[in-house]
Every structure is written in C-alpha cells, then in structure tokens.
Design a protein around this ligand. Structure first.
Ligand SMILES: Nc1ncnc2c1ncn2[C@@H]1O[C@H](COP(=O)(O)OP(=O)(O)OP(=O)(O)O)[C@@H](O)[C@H]1O
Ligand SMILES: [Mg+2]
Length: 239
C-alpha cells in the first residue's frame, strides 16, 4: 500500500483501512523502520498508530487536516487528559502529483461509544457512568480553558483507549474552533455533551435509584438549555 515520508525521515506505511468516516479514511500505520525486525501485519495488538486522511479534494483536505492537527497538538501540549495523542503530520504526493496530508495519531484500540452501546449485553452501573462522564468533563474543561471548542462532541467521536472499556478519549477535532468565554453560546460542546449523557444514562441500572436518576436528568436538561451552565456543578453532583 501507499507509503509516506515524515520530516524526520521515517517511512510510514498505511497497511490497512479500518474506518471510512464521512470526511476521512482511517488506516492502521506502521513505521517501516520499527517493523523490520518482526512483521506484525496481522497482529494489531502491537500496532500503535493510525493515519487519518481526508476524503475531500487534496488542497482543501490538507488545510483542514493541518488545522485539526494543530488543535490536537495544542491540546496535547497542554496535557489535557482523555484526548487522543498525536504523533505527527506527514504529507505525500498522490498519483496526480498533488500534495496531501495525513495525521498520525495514537491507535485507540477500544470501541467508539456508539459501538460500545450497540454491543452491550448488560446495563452498566451508575458508578461506571459517572466515571465516564467525569472523564469527558475533565477533557472538555481542559480544552475550553485553553480557548478551544470541539464543536463535534458525539458518541462516534469518543472511543475507549483500550479494549478494557476503562478510559475514554475524544478523537475528532476536525470541526474545532477558537472559543471565547464571553461567547459561550457559540460553542455547542455542553449541549452536545448533554445528549451524550442522556444516551449513556439510558444504558445504566439507574432504574433502581430514582433519586439519583431524577437529579441526573434535571442536570442534563439544565446543561442542554443553559449556555452558562457551570460544569463544576455537574462534577460535584457526580462525585
Ligand atoms: N485514533 C484512532 N484510533 C482508532 N480508531 C480511530 C481513530 N480515529 C478515528 N478512528 C475511527 O475512525 C472513525 C472516523 O474517524 P473521525 O471521527 O476522526 O473522522 P470523520 O471523518 O470525522 O468521521 P465522521 O465524520 O464519520 O465522524 C471513528 O469513528 C473511529 O471509528
Ligand atoms: Mg468523526
């Protein structure tokens, strides 16, 4: 398959298409240098990187992907938790001699939240739910305090870092923009997070704990409606 070179002279090879999203193709990538010794093409457990390439025409995709990469880099540098880690940005030349870009990033080996919900065979506990929500709140709080709004918080843009369903990571910053605290209503992250909360709330064993459940529903409704909603209020309530 296609090979691309990075600035520090490593050659990356796209070895397998794993997802074709609305806007991008996601490949498992190997660094050819690292993989001379042992060939783990069929052993994805050992492969740590994916490459994300946009589906749009190359000139636009290059610009958009670079923008996404820069947001991710910034958020990684600020050490925000529960965010996918970027490895680098590489570019290549396509068959029509046009430059295109690929974001190299950590391979999240678990499910997206949408896959998780679809494959679930028993409800999750309230403790597990609160744990997931706290992780997402921590992540969002961190990039908001660095003036970045994600603009695309949804179940398929959140994945489990590993197959043990413990740690969540936000993976997609393709629609991100600068965020000013005084224009809170222009950032839809809390509204979108409220929808994620609602869906996750439906897969818990909450049914037995009405008091918690009512409190929870009131909070997410308020969060959905109120752009000035204080996320700390939610944090306190979840602990
Ligand atoms: N770092 C990653 N590790 C593992 N899988 C990933 C990673 N990044 C993306 N994916 C997979 O590829 C899919 C598409 O990725 P992403 O959301 O970043 O692109 P997109 O084109 O914006 O997709 P869409 O518009 O469909 O949300 C994800 O839903 C996920 O299944
Ligand atoms: Mg996406």
């Amino acid at each position: 398959m296609r090979e691309v070179k990075s600035i520090d002279d490593k050659t990356y090879k796209m070895i397998k298409l794993i997802k074709s999203g609305d806007y991008s193709d996601v490949f498992i990538v190997e660094n050819k240098k690292d993989n001379h010794k042992d060939n783990h093409k069929d052993n994805h457990k050992d492969i740590k990187l994916i490459g994300k390439q946009a589906k749009l025409i190359p000139e636009d995709s290059l610009k958009l992907l670079k923008k996404e990469y820069n947001y991710l880099l910034d958020i990684n540098n600020k050490k925000c938790p529960h965010i996918i880690q970027v490895e680098g940005f590489v570019s290549g030349i396509d068959d029509y001699n046009r430059e295109y870009g690929i974001i190299l990033e950590e391979y999240a080996q678990g499910d997206t939240l949408i896959e998780f919900i679809d494959n679930l065979d028993q409800k999750i506990s309230v403790e597990t739910l609160y744990n997931y929500l706290n992780q997402l709140i921590e992540a969002i709080e961190c990039f908001h305090s660095n003036h970045i709004c994600n603009m695309d918080i949804k179940l398929d843009n959140i994945m489990f870092r590993d197959t043990d369903h413990k740690e969540l990571v936000i993976i997609d910053f393709g629609l991100s923009k600068e965020y000013e605290q005084k224009y809170k209503e222009n950032c839809n992250d809390l509204r979108n997070l409220a929808i994620v909360f609602k869906t996750l709330g439906e897969i818990t064993d909450f049914g037995y704990r009405y008091k918690d459940r009512n409190n929870f529903i009131l909070l997410i409704e308020e969060m959905f409606d109120n752009p000035d909603f204080d996320i700390n209020k939610l944090k306190l309530n979840l602990n």
